[in-house]
Design a protein around this ligand. Structure first.
Ligand code: F0G
Length: 487
């Protein structure tokens, strides 16, 4: 049965608020925030959340749970072994995805580590191996690159430019995969398809691409896993944008997405709509790999019936997996992203088109062209957003992905230099998003005064995790302050 569209569909949020959380930072002014930034070594990860007005740092674990999730938590079975809450979560995953085996983990990156350890244990990964992805996320790259060479294989539509809209810019470039396999016979061992593609603008992956990639991989003995954090948002785009899919229920599409792969890594902090949790899923043909990953889960996470989670967390996930595939929820969620995207586009802020599933991506290269490439434009923009309006965002660009030297100087720039505005699920209203748009209006006025960006100051490890805690500073602190205080 297809979804029938009500008159108000899309305009009326499918929830109302039962409990509120204060925004303490509403009373701070620009000078207060400049002082907070200095104390935080100009790294927004170091800010206290009480000093943030609208927190768009991440959509991970920051959502509001439903009353049914909170209710289910009271049923949490906290037994060390064989908890009924695990059985309920396991059933929910099996029902939704058709995957046979489920291992719990406290969050996505823990599931990833255990997958790679298991793959090494069964001899699939060794020092000469390659793992390919439509794009690895930062922490995923951090783990995967310890086990194998990693290759990002974007699709042509993504490479055509951020302003060019195409429905499935998150696809993996399948011709690039064929070339990689041909040039490295027997070495490509795993393809990790990230749905939606977080490092590539939260863009979705088409069902056709999943089919194509998995058919090629089957033929060539390559395993395919989904990095399935945002599977429901991805399924929404398949339903609404891919030809021949519009009449299918979301759950049917989700089942289809998983039916072509060997397994999945999963962070429940996104589309399961919980504040913590994760899982590793395996198809029925991957029992050996599932058993090989178990010891790693036991070593790092806990027994294979809780994996670092409380029973109540697993209850919340089981319930969240039901609710996250409801069409009105997804329509509202993706609609919020599109709303903010359109507001910014109307202010001539160069946003990645079309809007993705969980966030708006601003192209900092196009937005702040006067600042030199090596002065971390996206981090500069992220600091401006906080200084001018208390909006916290995250830079997904040079600090995260560029090749750098030991002092944090850029050697080879990253493919993209984005600021991501990620929307927590069911947390902010249109008024909050309007406020964010007004902060961009102020940035439009301030940016002609800024010719310099920021640089790394102090210790720098030069690993995949510097952006979480390294110190930065404006190249010209006085000019930065003058520009920000000029309004
Ligand atoms: N894969 C993707 C695509 C992700 O976006 C994330 C997390 C992970 C794996 C790891 O999951 O956080 O539960 O360990 N992304 C968050 C973000 C942190 O802000 O996009 P985790």
């Amino acid at each position: 049965m297809g979804h029938s569209k009500a008159d108000w569909s899309g305009d009326l949020p499918p929830y109302k608020t039962k409990m509120t959380e204060p925004i303490h930072a509403a009373g701070l002014g620009v000078a207060d925030r400049l002082e907070r930034l200095q104390r935080a070594s100009y790294n927004v990860f170091n800010l206290a959340s009480n000093d943030v007005a609208v927190d768009l740092l991440t959509d991970s674990g920051t959502g509001a749970m439903s009353q049914e999730q909170w209710s289910a938590m009271f049923r949490g079975d906290e037994s060390y072994a064989g908890a009924s809450s695990f059985a309920r979560m396991e059933n929910a995953f099996q029902d939704l995805t058709g995957m046979r085996f489920v291992l719990p983990a406290h969050q996505g990156r823990a599931a990833e580590r255990s997958l790679f350890e298991g793959l090494r244990h069964v001899g699939v990964l060794d020092s000469g191996s390659i793992i390919a992805s439509n794009a690895f996320f930062d922490t995923t790259l951090g783990w995967a690159s310890r086990f194998a060479r990693c290759e990002n294989l974007y699709c042509d539509a993504f490479d055509q430019g951020h302003g060019v809209p195409a429905a499935f810019k998150g696809d993996l470039g399948s011709d690039r995969l064929q070339r990689l396999v041909a040039e490295n016979p027997g070495r490509v061992k795993l393809v990790l398809l990230t749905v939606t593609n977080n490092s590539a603008g939260g863009q979705p992956v088409s069902l056709q691409n999943i089919l194509e990639v998995s058919a090629f991989c089957r033929k060539n003995g390559v395993l395919v896993f989904l990095d399935a954090c945002r599977f429901a948002e991805n399924a929404y785009f398949i339903k609404t944008c891919e030809s021949g899919q519009s009449e299918r229920p979301i759950r049917d599409i989700v089942h289809d997405m998983f039916s072509h792969v060997d397994g999945a890594t999963f962070s429940a902090k996104k589309d399961a709509r919980t504040n913590i949790g994760g899982a590793l899923l395996f198809s029925s043909s991957q029992e050996r790999l599932y058993r090989a990953c178990r010891p790693s889960i036991i070593r790092h996470e806990g027994l294979y019936t809780y994996g670092g989670m409380a029973g109540r967390d697993m209850e919340a996930i089981a319930q969240g997996l039901q609710e996250t595939t409801e069409f009105p929820y997804l329509e509202h969620r993706v609609g919020q992203v599109a709303y903010l995207h359109d507001r910014l586009a109307r202010l001539d802020v160069p946003v990645l088109r079309p809007p993705g599933g969980h966030a708006v991506y601003v192209d900092a290269r196009a937005y702040l062209p006067a600042i030199p490439e090596h002065e971390y434009r996206s981090d500069t923009l992220s600091l401006l957003l906080y200084a001018l309006g208390g909006v916290r965002s995250v830079a997904i660009g040079n600090l995260m992905y560029a090749e750098k030297d030991e002092a944090g100087r850029i050697l080879t720039p990253a493919k993209n230099d984005f600021v991501r505005l990620a929307l927590p699920r069911n947390v902010y209203s249109v008024e909050h998003l309007s406020y964010v748009a007004r902060v961009f209006q102020q940035i439009n006025r301030v940016k002609p005064l800024l010719a310099q960006g920021v640089c790394v100051s102090g210790d720098f490890r030069n690993d995949h995790f510097d952006h979480f805690d390294c110190s930065m500073k404006p190249v010209d602190p006085d000019a930065f302050e003058r520009a920000v205080l000029s309004l």
